[in-house]
Design a protein around this ligand. Structure first.
Ligand code: FAD
Length: 396
């Protein structure tokens, strides 16, 4: 389907995408089985496929690659309206949000021609192969080895926590191409076909019951020479800058969700209020008010990041402050929700008590939020060193 033309004016743009997203999502839900798990990967993939088929992808990409060249302000509005209509995040988030902008920035024309259409149509799903059992926070310790072999590379190693690896057709991998060079110097950024002999994927079951991330074993997997992005041994710079492409929009759906959950907790509080002593009620009210302030401040921080990104300012340590604030406030909010739910934590299933089921699920999955994309300790180190100017800690 041809990409729709969007209004330039932000208010008109919002009205336009709101109408389109709500209509598309209502039709989509009406066509799905009533008892389907709203978090299931099949549903998330089908919705993402539908968005792509409707031309609602490639928002910031250049037009020559099928994108809309939307400015960041309108991209942010789109993400906000998408979350507001209740639609789930897709399964190719890493393809759309990280790999595509990386290729547009660093890829060869041949790489763009080969890979961008598969992302735009959602035909090819991507995952990110950085972390390893001994290289998480200390990513420069990556051991996965890509050895030159004729025209390409042979890949051996073990990645872990690779989100969507069991769904993925391709993985961008940080691998060591020169073991003689120290740490981040000998690493390259490679595009690896997941559908080949020599790639083994082992899903990891999480506390929510889902298996969204996996272990990935590369055992003599082949990587073509054309699949090297940028220069050999210069992959660190690309991997670091890939992480910054989502800057400005990453938190938007998460903050919409925070606001929605905050209102649910408000309702729970109202239900509980009658049975409480005045002092206890006031303390719970104060606790809720603090979370409402968090929600508002996070919203302001997200707008500030967006404004800075729109002027081309390089990402700074403010992102670490927002990451800590969001992940820790979100955990506090869900701790509170679970306390107020009481017995409904055990009895609320998705059919009979969907709100309780949703909050319990969010509570369980929020445990990962202080770990993914850089743990709270690592974010505090960044703030300590780059904002407060404290001396660097000793590397573990
Ligand atoms: C839901 C989820 C999805 C993920 N998806 C992906 C993905 O798609 N691709 C991918 O490559 N990775 C992914 N990750 C991995 C993620 O990036 C790592 O979990 C994270 O970087 C932490 O690394 P680690 O788990 O190895 O912990 P470690 O680095 O081993 O840390 C263990 C503990 O030690 C602390 N610590 C470590 N170093 C220091 C230090 N210098 N100072 C103070 N404390 C320290 C940490 O804060 C942590 O508490 C995902 C993780 C999660 C939870």
């Amino acid at each position: 389907m041809a990409a729709p033309d969007f209004p330039e004016d932000p208010a008109q743009f919002r009205a336009c995408v709101r109408e389109q997203l709500r209509r598309e999502y209502a039709e989509f839900v009406a066509g799905r089985p009533a008892a389907e798990d709203p978090h299931g990967l099949a549903l998330r993939r089908a919705w993402e496929d539908r968005l792509c088929a409707a031309g609602l992808a490639g928002l910031g990409w250049p037009r020559r690659y099928g994108g809309h060249e939307l400015d960041l302000a309108r991209q942010a509005i789109f993400h906000e309206e998408h979350a507001e209509c209740g639609a789930p995040l897709g399964v190719n988030l890493i393809g759309h949000g990280i790999l595509a902008p990386t290729l547009i920035h660093y890829g060869t024309e041949a790489q763009k021609q080969r890979f961008l259409p598969g992302i735009l149509s959602n035909r090819e799903i991507w995952c990110q192969g950085y972390s390893e059992p001994q290289a998480g926070s200390d990513l420069a310790a990556v051991r996965t080895r890509a050895r030159r072999d004729g025209q390409g590379y042979v890949l051996n190693g073990h990645k872990i926590w690779t989100s969507f690896a069991d769904q993925a057709d391709w993985c961008f991998v940080l691998a060591r191409t020169d073991p003689a060079q120290q740490r981040h110097r000998g690493l390259s950024f490679l595009l690896v076909n997941m559908r080949q002999p020599g790639v083994r994927v082992q899903p990891i079951r999480q506390i929510t019951g889902d298996a969204e991330f996996c272990e990935v074993f590369f055992e003599d997997a082949r990587v073509e020479a054309e699949a090297l992005v940028g220069e050999e041994n210069q992959g660190w710079k690309i991997a670091m800058s890939a992480a910054s492409f989502e800057r400005g929009t990453y938190f938007i759906p998460r903050l919409v969700k925070f606001r929605r959950e905050l209102m649910w907790v408000r309702e729970l509080l109202r239900e509980r209020a009658g049975g409480l002593a005045a002092a206890d009620g006031a303390e719970l009210e104060r606790r809720w008010a603090r979370l409402a302030v968090d929600s508002h401040v996070l919203d302001l921080k997200s707008r500030r990041a967006l404004a800075a990104a729109a002027t081309g300012e390089p990402p700074g340590p403010q992102a670490s402050s927002t990451k800590i604030h969001w992940s820790e406030a979100h955990q506090s909010l869900l701790d509170f929700a679970v306390e107020l739910l009481g017995d409904r934590v055990c009895t609320g299933d998705a059919q009979r008590d969907p709100q309780a089921a949703e909050l319990v699920r969010a509570y369980l999955s929020s445990r990962a939020e202080t770990i993914l994309a850089g743990t709270s300790e690592i974010q505090r180190n960044i703030i300590a060193e780059r904002v407060l100017g404290l001396p660097k800690g000793v590397q573990p």
